[in-house]
Design a protein around this ligand. Structure first.
Ligand code: 13P
Length: 246
């Protein structure tokens, strides 16, 4: 399966930054790897239309588990789909930490997205305290089983799992390739057991201080199928390098 790099711009970039990024990125992008971008929701349509010629897919950083109605401030997966949106990041650790999301609430979002034809990019990851206490794999196991509870009809095209150790996000501290590989192999095993015949083919992305100078080593690991990238995805030159276009 093709390697996949997802840019998570978080709450960064004004509209002109987005335009400049896309003007710099798209012409040089060779599609060696897939590139998906999650800008702020207000910039979604701009990024989608500018990325279209090279099939750079656009998505959102958060999504509602409801389709329509009195849910002030939410983004509907149905509306996203109708606007040409491809994917939604679900359960990012910043949403768990600052907005009270739980694996249980993520299960509703994962379910709704799959039903509406939006690819769910479901994030899991342990904190430093959990890693130090030797709980990494059990935390990941719980997050996977709870977040994918009653999530059916999945295939390698509509569900992506991102492993983002919380202690490696925005800290400059990357998991070593071996540390990441250990968790990715574990995630692969859990997915294969839960979804026989398809789980072993799903893409598992690593996130947490991925940069041009560490990406190749990470991607050379057997079970690392791509990256979910914050800081280094904000500059077109760096994101091009992450996509294998120097
Ligand atoms: P950084 O790449 O800035 O560490 O962020 C990772 C992340 O949270 C991507 O979702």
């Amino acid at each position: 399966m093709n390697k996949l790099m997802i840019a998570n711009w978080k709450m960064n970039n004004v509209v002109l930054d987005c335009v400049r990024f896309m003007e710099d990125f798209v012409p040089k992008f060779s599609a060696k790897r897939e590139a998906w971008i999650a800008p702020q929701a207000l910039h979604f349509n701009l990024v989608r239309s500018m990325g279209e010629p090279k099939d750079v897919k656009a998505g959102v950083q958060n999504i509602s588990d409801q389709l329509f109605g009195a849910y002030t401030g939410e983004t509907s997966p149905k509306t996203l789909r109708a606007m040409g949106g491809h994917f939604a990041i679900i359960g990012h650790s910043e949403r768990r930490q600052y907005f009270g999301e739980t694996s249980k609430s993520c299960a509703l979002k994962n379910r709704t997205c799959l039903r509406e034809g939006i690819v769910a990019v479901y994030c899991v990851g342990e904190t430093l305290a959990e890693r130090d206490a030797g709980q990494t794999l059990s935390i990941i196991h719980d997050q996977l089983l709870q977040g994918l509870n009653d999530v059916h009809g999945v295939n390698p095209e509509n569900l992506v799992v991102a492993y983002e150790p919380v202690w490696a996000i925005g800290t400059g501290r990357t998991a070593t390739p071996a540390q990441a590989q250990e968790v990715h192999a574990f995630i692969r095993k859990v997915l294969s057991e839960k979804y026989p015949g398809v789980g072993d083919k799903m893409r598992i992305l690593y996130g947490g201080s991925v940069k041009p100078d560490n990406v190749e080593e990470l991607l050379s690991q057997k079970d690392i199928d791509g990256g979910l990238v914050g800081g280094a995805s904000l500059k077109a030159k760096d994101f091009l390098a992450l996509c294998g276009d120097k």
